[in-house]
Design a protein around this ligand. Structure first.
Ligand code: DHB
Ligand code: MG
Length: 628
């Protein structure tokens, strides 16, 4: 499968766009005319510049307002086309996209449009060029791929074909199966884009809110399945108009695009095994078994504080690494590794940011399969020199330079705790924490799409609807991702203002990282009681909160008293109930949480966030600062 992306999807100058696109692994580009015009250099040079980077020009676009014009306007449209044909020949591309007309003088009429395209095809064909017709969702007379196809069919010229764009078809809610009856060799080009479902004007939605397949809410997979079923064998090309991407890092956006396109093609071939998608084989999304470990880079005084906090939560130190300054803290199935190395990845992480989560270990069905999939999607493998007796655990780079490890049982990687660690004393305390409920990664708002794509293309995880977390000083957007059985839950929290708790963490911590870890208990009141005995200092929750709870929910008085007495927050929905107990914030605004889920409650207590955040901020406010 030939991969391609429109230059309009990436920020920067034309050479910057091309560098990023080539580096991300694409085979070709759709050259957006504006990007060519803005560049200072003749078309032949631009063509060479593109080919030098190993890219081909899959499409020249757009050519607007062509079909259905009367008299002189029609003649002028053909003159314009001839000029663009000259340009295409100099650039070195044979296909132009003609998008359906929005011209006020365009007359309409399928046969008139077909005649126009037959003549354009004749002129293009004489030069060895081809013309593709795309229905814009807001086209004046043609705004449905079925009508565009009818124009192409009636034009009946080998140099005239159809161009499909998932956005235009899906935005108009046209059934993708209508594509299955179009002959694949009459489809000249396929553009792909997703978008969040928002009610708004189609043109505005398209020009500002498109995103990578898998990042939005449209069924781009269903669309591409239908395309594949036709036998179409041309490029799959991303055409993403997005305000955020226009200002983003060219390489990050290009890499996200590549990941999204390869994952999409892989989904299509798995869903349509009878079709041939020309793509090297790699494993399906890894099945998640759970969180194997969370590793902090920490040293000195900060390490002592973190150890004290873990002890007060019922964790015990259970192992020491055979060669490195690593200790293993455990409770139930939860493993926290404290890495005090002064060199290597963790050493560098601590030097840059102080105590922070530098590594995550995920238990999967097949660890090397997970790595193979990650690399096929363009992830960067991570290697560190192995000491004697150490296991080679497959790993890639994750959020902001952190490292993500894959462990499994089949290849013995789950035994790393026995192989690489000397066991210390058995647990003498236990507060009933048995698993990691969720891990919260804080990032800038404009990193959220990228990281949610990262997780959902790599592992079998689904996105929940985006939730607003109300911080007293600004809004934080929260995207939850979960494996279907809850074996891994992540919340990606995107901050826009540095004044929010999440935004402040980004400043203090020099960028995105895990800000909190939530542990699961089966009995939060028993856990709270055990923690009191261990000297755990919970985040104090004001009485007003409990008065409001009494008004909002029908809670038994003794339950309300127990919640109040233990500083436990409460939420419920139709499926069940949720209990939350928080630690006080420590270094840079990191914190720990304890939760109990009852019934099928699948959320994260977002309604409690404003009160929890206000309570955390009261404790974090620098001494002597005014309250406002
Ligand atoms: O928004 C536009 O004008 C526009 C132009 C060309 C395309 O291929 C498209 O999908 C949209
Ligand atoms: Mg398009």
């Amino acid at each position: 499968m030939k991969t391609s992306i429109a230059t309009v999807s990436i920020s920067g100058s034309l050479p910057e766009k091309l560098d990023a696109i080539a580096k991300a692994g694409f085979d070709g580009i759709e050259i957006f005319e504006q990007d060519f015009i803005a560049h200072d250099g003749p078309p032949r040079e631009v063509g060479a510049m593109i080919r030098e980077r190993g890219l081909e020009i899959t499409l020249f676009q757009p050519f607007r307002d062509f079909e259905g014009l009367p008299g002189d306007l029609r003649r002028k449209a053909f003159d314009r086309a001839e000029r663009k044909f000259d340009l295409m020949q100099e650039l070195g591309t044979d296909l132009v996209l003609v998008c359906s007309s929005v011209h006020p003088a365009s007359l309409g009429g399928i046969d008139r449009a077909a005649d126009d395209f037959a003549e354009l095809g004749e002129r293009a064909g004489a030069r060895g060029l081809r013309v593709g017709f795309e229905a814009l969702a807001w086209g004046r007379h043609i705004h449905d791929h079925r009508d565009a196809w009818e124009v192409v069919r009636r034009a009946d010229h080998r140099s005239v074909g159809l161009i499909l764009d998932s956005f235009h078809s899906l935005a108009r809610k046209i059934d993708s199966d209508t594509i299955r009856s179009i002959p694949g060799d009459r489809i000249f080009f396929v553009q792909l884009a997703d978008a969040p479902l928002i009610e708004m004007d189609l043109l505005y939605w398209s020009r500002h809110f498109r995103n990578m397949p898998g990042e939005g809410d449209l069924d781009v997979t269903g669309f591409m399945r239908a395309v594949a079923a036709t036998g179409y064998a041309g490029p799959a090309s991303l055409e993403i108009f997005n305000d955020q991407f226009r200002g983003g890092s060219p390489l990050t956006v290009a890499r996200d695009g590549y990941r999204s396109l390869i994952a999409l093609a892989d989904d299509v071939r798995r869903a349509e095994p009878e079709t041939s998608v020309d793509l090297p084989d790699f494993p399906a999304r890894a099945e998640v078994r759970g969180v194997s470990f969370v590793e902090f880079a920490t040293r000195g005084e900060e390490q002592a504080q973190l150890e004290a906090l873990l002890s007060s939560l019922g964790f015990t130190r259970r192992g020491r690494h055979i060669a490195k300054r690593l200790t293993l803290w455990q409770q139930g199935d939860i493993r926290i590794v404290l890495n005090a190395e002064t060199t290597g990845h963790a050493g560098a992480a601590f030097n840059a940011r102080g105590t922070s989560v530098c590594d995550l270990g995920i238990s999967v069905g097949d660890a090397s399969g997970a790595l193979a999939r990650a690399t096929a999607l363009g992830a960067e493998p991570f290697h560190q020199p192995l000491g004697p007796g150490e296991l080679d655990i497959p790993a890639i780079r994750g959020l902001r330079g952190s490292v993500l490890h894959f462990l499994d049982t089949a290849s013995g990687l789950d035994d790393v705790w026995q192989v690489e660690f000397e066991t210390e004393a058995a647990a003498t305390v236990d507060a009933g924490l048995n698993a990691i409920d969720h891990i919260a990664q804080t990032m800038n708002y404009d990193e959220m799409l990228s990281w949610s794509l990262f997780w959902t293309t790599l592992l079998a995880m689904d996105k929940a609807p985006m939730v607003d977390v109300i911080d007293p000083d600004g809004l934080v957007r929260s995207q939850a991702l979960a494996a279907s059985d809850g074996a891994l839950r992540l919340t990606l929290n995107g901050a826009e203002s540095h004044r929010t708790l999440a935004g402040g963490f980004l400043v203090e911590n020099l960028g995105a990282a895990v800000q909190h870890i939530a542990f699961a208990t089966d009995d939060i009141f028993a856990t709270a009681k055990a923690l009191r005995g261990l000297g755990f200092d919970p985040l104090p929750i004001p009485a007003n909160y409990y008065d409001d709870l009494a008004a909002r929910f029908d809670l038994a008085p003794d339950l309300l008293d127990s919640l109040r007495g233990a500083n436990i927050l409460y939420d419920e929905d139709a499926a069940g109930a949720f209990f939350q107990l928080y630690s006080r914030p420590f270094h840079a605004g990191l914190f720990l949480e304890i939760v109990e889920r009852r019934g099928g409650y699948a959320g994260y207590g977002a309604p409690n966030a404003p009160f929890r955040i206000a309570a955390q901020k009261r404790l974090m406010r620098p001494k002597g600062m005014p309250a406002a």
